[in-house]
Design a protein around this ligand. Structure first.
Ligand code: SF4
Ligand code: SF4
Length: 487
């Protein structure tokens, strides 16, 4: 099949060999699981359980709230031991509302609703089951999948793309999932297709994963699903890059893929959709790569959501040397962790312990205007100019250059011969902008409250005056009537 020209991108060292040949292992059930209520884009889920209550595996413990949100289920059977703040998987080290479950060791599933033939379900029913299962985009975006399915139906999506582009160095969980569970993924893909009515269905897999390509092509043989090899480069796993490669279409800068009739889901999401629709099983576990030069035995583990990162490293033999950096996700777009005492969430694809040698921090020197960063940017931005605006304190100038479209992929920093940490500038400036926007929203909300208070006081005063006038008129009428009676 013809592939289309890509924009930008880089070829960082893959480090995939550390974990890619290790078969999936199932992590023994931890004694305690820490399940955050916010594991997705949108509103946090609302807890439905009480401390002390016994729950079964797959039981709904927090309901989705509003249009964009996702339900949260218990990853095992046991007792709710706490509901409150716990360390969140975030570089800030802040806490987040979390349900803690003390496992009873039985890992007993709640009885689930299993359809006789999932392909006889209506598209609406499939989307409802996906929503009920709390599935979110497992490629890292964590956008609620049911919302995407419903929007796609409304937008008459004609092309379904399943993203098998696992381009972050070290991360191999999707590669292993495709090698070991290809037919289940393909069934999930076909169910998603059924849910949105897409005419074209393509799975894009990077050409440096020949075993995954072979397994998926074999599983898809005789179906409507085409499995296609795409170039191995970073960020091939970025949805818009995959769409470009397979369709030649460009998603508008501030738009969604549905705007051009395309729906993209990740391979692990398709796997989770199959579990939810065929077996009624919610998303309570996921595959996580544990890797990096400081890990004794890197690997790919199937783990319950809420398992502590510390447990994962422990199961992989602990550290063979002192880690210089701990990362949640991949090294290009992942988050640096200050502690391993944080839980795995639905969007966690990997946890890394990197050595000093793997980080390779170099001293930054002045820009030599080589324009390598411009050529590497997959979005088509001008990183050196955006950074110059930010350095000058001119965030409006950086925004006018496209700062808000930057996906923080780090390609520009990666190629910069002067080792200028460009992506750090952009992340910092975006954080400042968000802070300003939050401040503006807060100011607007405060003003609204103040205006409402003034209006309420005025209304009470008007009502008081009207009541006084009414009383006065009544009194005067009574006095007049009295006078008339005495005449
Ligand atoms: S890659 Fe680095 S040195 Fe080259 S133009 Fe961009 S910022 Fe300057
Ligand atoms: S981090 Fe932003 S500016 Fe740099 S290459 Fe990626 S998208 Fe472009």
């Amino acid at each position: 099949m013809k592939l289309f020209k890509l924009r930008g991108g880089v070829h960082p060292q893959g480090w995939k060999e550390l974990a890619s040949e290790r078969e999936i292992r199932i992590l023994p059930l931890p004694e305690r699981l820490f399940v955050p209520l916010q594991q997705h884009v949108g509103a946090p889920a609302q807890p439905l359980v009480r401390v002390g209550e016994h729950v079964l595996k797959g039981q709904l413990i927090a309901a989705s709230q509003g249009f964009i949100s996702a339900a949260v289920h218990s990853p095992t059977s046991g007792r709710i031991s706490a509901i409150g703040d716990y360390a969140a998987a975030h570089p800030s080290g802040l806490t987040a509302p979390t349900v803690t479950i003390a496992s009873d060791g039985d890992d007993r599933w709640l009885d689930t609703d299993v359809p006789a033939d999932p392909f006889l379900l209506t598209p609406e029913d499939i989307a409802a089951r996906v929503g009920k299962a709390g599935i979110v985009g497992l490629g890292g975006a964590t956008f609620p999948s049911a919302v995407k399915l419903n929007l796609s139906r409304k937008n008459n999506v004609h092309t379904l793309i399943i993203n098998g582009g696992e381009c972050e160095p070290y991360i191999t969980c999707d590669d292993r999932l495709m090698r070991e569970h290809a037919s289940n993924i393909i069934e999930g893909v076909r169910l998603i297709r059924h849910a949105v009515g897409a005419v074209n269905v393509m799975v894009g897999i990077e050409e440096n994963k020949p075993a995954a390509l072979f397994a998926m092509q074999t599983a898809a043989a005789g179906t409507e699903v085409k499995v296609i090899a795409v170039p191995a480069m970073y960020p091939m796993g970025w949805d818009k890059q995959m769409i470009r490669a397979l369709t030649g279409r460009e998603v508008p800068a501030d738009g969604r893929s549905a705007d051009i009739g395309v729906l993209v889901h990740n391979v692990a999401t398709a796997f989770a959709v199959r579990d939810a629709v065929r077996f009624g099983r919610p998303l309570v576990s996921r595959l996580v790569t544990v890797s990096g030069g400081a890990v004794a035995e890197p690997g790919n583990l199937m783990v319950p959501v809420g398992t502590l990162v510390e447990t994962l490293f422990g199961y992989c033999g602990g550290f063979s040397s002192k880690p210089a950096r701990l990362v949640l996700g991949g090294p290009m777009m992942g988050m640096e962790l200050s502690t391993i005492n944080v839980p795995v969430v639905k969007g966690t694809s990997g946890v890394l312990a990197l050595t000093k040698g793997e980080i390779g921090r170099e001293q930054a020197s002045p820009c030599i205007r080589c324009s390598s960063c411009i050529r590497a940017c997959p979005v088509g931005l001008l990183p050196l100019q955006m950074a110059a605006h930010i350095r000058a304190g001119d965030s409006a100038g950086a925004v006018s250059q496209g700062l808000k479209d930057c996906i923080a992929c780090g390609c520009c920093s990666f190629v910069c011969p002067s080792h200028i940490p460009l992506v750090h500038y952009f992340n910092f400036a975006k954080g400042e902008l968000m802070e300003q926007e939050r401040g503006k929203l807060k100011q607007e909300a405060t003003k609204k409250l103040a205006d409402e208070r003034i209006a309420r006081i005025q209304r009470i005063e008007q009502e008081r005056q009207a009541a006084a006038a009414k009383r006065k008129a009544a009194r005067e009428a009574r006095e007049l009537a009295a006078k008339a009676g005495t005449v």
